[in-house]
Write a protein that binds this ligand. Sequence first.
Ligand SMILES: [Zn+2]
Length: 241
Amino acid sequence: MLTTEQKYIKVNQAIEAGEFYTKTSKKEMTEHTQRLYYDLVSQSNPYNNSLPLSKEEIRELKFELTHDLRFVKEKHYKILAQLKMPVEKVAELKSLDDKIRSMPVVKKEKQKVEIKFTERQATHLGTCQVCGCMHKVSKEDGTIAKHGYTVAWNSFNGECQGSHHLPFEQDKKVKKTYILELDDHLEGLEVPETTGNLRKDEIAVWNYESTKRHLARLIEWHCKLMNEWKVKPLKPIEKWA
Ligand SMILES: [Zn+2]
């Protein structure tokens, strides 16, 4: 929790900056001003101000004050003065609040950070023909860096078989072979034989069906990409801040 003083400092700093980068930061400042207004009004007790007014009159006047700093108007200042409440402070706060509310929210443009690549470091990313993920492309031979199993079917030794091959942006041979392999898998799937154990059989059929569906979807996805294929540029590795 910020102290009253800290809130004032924050609000003034924000005004000095002249603009907000996010709606949230603007909202945060108007919450501070509203809170400061609330504290000002609630902490000042007009009943102790030895006024030429009855308790009922004070109560009624206080009742007419707005709870929302945005709606503070001339008539409220008059009431504050009449009740010997901190009218200048409220006026000052109101002017801070008006300034905050009139300030623009300007989205900060992201700046590209220059990366100093070493001679051997990859400067581009490419799409793996097998798993479809983006990976670094070797500067030496233009192939996709070694990477692990992701969505690929039947990858061995935890290494995706698209590793060490050209990215899909530049070649589709590996994808073609891979689709044929998937087709073979699908063709070769055998309906499980019944064992007589109902529970076991049920699981076997379920596995068979879901594998079949998965393979069919995978083949469909790869074929679609294959049909739409054309040479594309690789994605440069960039850093933004
Ligand atoms: Zn891959």
